[in-house]
Ligand binder design. Structure first.
Ligand code: N01
Length: 563
């Protein structure tokens, strides 16, 4: 089949990232097309419709900031909006900015290759359509390729099987059913209390107990929402300067700088007074780098968990072990998760002690016993950061497969561009702080930066841009060095790919925070895009300008203010 259409920019994915990229590209007048696998826009919020799904970054922050009008006209019902409301918001954005005509739904991209002779990207879809473009933007999401562990006998199971990230649109009614949930990450933690209300019996299969902290979610009163909207510009500025891209009133003192009374007061304040949620990650300035400080936070949270659960057996199982630093696995934010285990119809099974061996026609068999179920839910997460990118057969200049280039882990300069993959950008990908941040903020930062680069290329008559190998290697090393200074690398988390058998163990995010990262990429831009090389001719890649310096954190932008 020939090429169906030639565009200035092709965008893969119509979630938060893809829609904003489209909006900005069109604003510049680029002929743009978004290819989206789903039959609707929304990305994560389109697919993850499991009971209890909601964002755990406050909705006033977890929303676009590019349009003050949009900020004012949209009203969030709750502090942490439920999935259906976020999906409604994304659809509203698509309509309000007339984005739909440039979005092609039901279109799964299977391959993308940079054609050296034509100097363009060619993209192939599952249906065999082919498109060409000067620029390719991967807005495929960091957590979008579901992972479902292989389970012998699953085909023989007579009940229903679900995955949290492939939830039926029509919803599922678990009333009177015996339900198994496998997995206790954010998805399992969010769905457990809701399913427990419906199901006759709910059994949660836990491999690793992780920390979860209360959301203290509340509905907005009209006055509270009005007051928050009136302060929106200030809120966004505070968010931009916060390490995670949302203001969490971070304590700038290390534990050693505080008295015991002050430490306890700070912990209690974060647990409930300040509003809970991710504020708990910012209790002490050194909690992700100092083992002793981290252990103090972990002990505090463990005591809170124990106090919530009446049955000592369940409490011990649900308490994270000593060897898991608090926050090193992605923190969950819950509404009555632990309390749910006080219900008579809810139990927990430790699958480290008694692994699931197989599914049976009636349920699941562990090394200890058989369980009968009407439904089995996999809340087993994603092949994070690299999964969705590598699911597409991406080939760069010279036909080099990305699967080959990334076989030992992802390499990307600034988490944005990959050496040998000209004119391709990854939004919120490996090597960026996105998964440790308010991702909507990180998406806007990336898209705005990419657009400034492309505008500059048009202005200068440049046709081809690509990261240099040296800059890329320097950035990957910097990411690893920064991560090694923290406790993040101690956990078997999806941040390091530990949830996928055989995946190389690499800490895949830039750990030093959103403001530091933004200052680095802005400095790269100010320094004539150091670490990128350019050509005026997309085919040959003949170099017209190159900066060999590699970005680093030498300007030391760590903030000593509350973030
Ligand atoms: O996935 P996870 P998730 N046998 O990977 C277990 C975002 N998110 O979908 O810890 C038994 O965190 C696995 O066990 P272990 C958020 O960034 C956000 O819950 O690997 N168990 C773990 O308990 C989050 O971090 C929201 O030992 C198996 C669970 O399954 C990310 O998405 C809501 C297993 C998977 O947890 C992923 O969250 C939801 C096996 N073979 C998600 N394999 C918001 O609120 C895996 N597990 C915005």
């Amino acid at each position: 089949m020939g090429i169906q259409g030639k565009y200035d920019m092709l965008i893969v994915g119509a979630g938060f990232a893809g829609l904003y990229q489209l909006y900005r590209a069109r604003e510049m007048g680029l002929r743009t097309r978004v290819l989206e696998a789903g039959d609707g826009v929304g990305g994560t919020w389109f697919w993850n419709r499991y009971p209890g799904a909601r964002c755990d970054v406050e909705s006033l922050d977890y929303s676009y900031s590019f349009s003050p009008e949009l900020e004012q006209e949209w009203s969030w019902s709750e502090r942490y909006a439920p999935q259906e409301e976020i999906l409604r918001y994304i659809n509203h954005v698509a309509d309000r900015f007339s984005l739909r005509p440039d979005i092609q739904l039901n279109t799964r991209v299977t391959a993308a290759s940079f054609e050296d002779e034509e100097g363009q990207w060619e993209v192939t879809t599952e249906a065999g359509e082919r498109f060409a473009a000067t620029y390719l933007v991967m807005a495929t999401g960091a957590l979008s390729l579901p992972q479902r562990p292989k389970l012998d006998g699953l085909g023989s199971f007579a009940g229903a099987v679900y995955h949290s990230a492939q939830w039926p649109k029509e919803g599922v009614d678990f009333t009177g059913k015996r339900v198994a949930v496998i997995g206790t990450g954010s998805s399992g933690v969010q769905m457990t209390p809701v399913i427990a209300e419906q199901a006759a019996q709910l059994t949660v299969f836990q491999r690793t107990a992780n920390f979860s902290v209360p959301a203290h979610n509340v509905a907005f009163t009209p006055e509270a929402l009005r007051a928050a909207k009136a302060r929106y510009p200030e809120r966004r500025i505070l968010g931009r300067e916060a390490i995670t891209g949302q203001f969490l009133n971070a304590n700038t003192k290390t534990a050693a700088e505080m008295t015991d009374e002050e430490k306890l007061a700070e912990l209690e304040y974060r647990w409930k007074g300040a509003g809970g949620g991710f504020r708990m990650l910012r209790t002490f300035a050194d909690q992700m780098s100092n083992e002793q400080t981290n252990r103090m936070v972990a002990e505090f949270v463990r005591a809170k968990i124990r106090a919530k659960i009446k049955d000592p057996r369940k409490a011990e199982l649900l308490c994270p072990r000593d060897n898991l630093p608090f926050g090193a696995k992605r923190l969950s934010v819950d509404s009555h998760y632990y309390e749910t285990f006080n219900r008579d119809n809810v139990d927990i099974v430790d699958v480290q002690a008694t692994p699931i061996v197989a599914a049976t026609p009636h349920g699941l068999r562990t090394t200890e016993r058989e369980y009968d179920f009407d439904a089995v839910i996999f809340a087993t997460g994603f092949d994070a950061m690299t999964g969705a990118l590598l699911a597409i057969d991406i080939r760069g200049s010279g036909g080099v497969p990305l699967r080959e280039r990334w076989k030992d882990g992802p390499v990307a300069y600034l988490g944005l561009g990959i050496a040998g993959y000209p004119n391709m950008f990854v939004i919120a990908g490996p090597g960026s702080p996105s998964v440790l941040s308010n991702v909507v903020h990180s998406i806007e930062t990336h898209v705005d930066w990419i657009m400034r680069l492309i505008r500059r290329m048009y202005a200068d008559g440049l046709k081809r841009v690509e990261a240099t190998r040296e800059a890329e290697a320097g950035w990957v090393q910097l990411c690893a060095d920064e991560a090694d200074k923290t406790l993040y690398t101690r956990a078997n988390s999806w941040y390091v790919g530990a949830n996928i058998p055989g995946k190389p163990r690499v800490f895949m995010a830039f750990v030093s925070g959103v403001p530091t990262y933004r200052r680095i990429i802005e400095r790269v831009e100010a320094n004539d895009y150091e670490g990128f090389k350019f050509a005026s001719d997309a085919q040959s890649g003949e170099l017209v300008r190159s900066s060999t310096a590699c970005a680093n954190t030498r300007s030391g932008n760590h903030h000593a203010r509350r973030q």
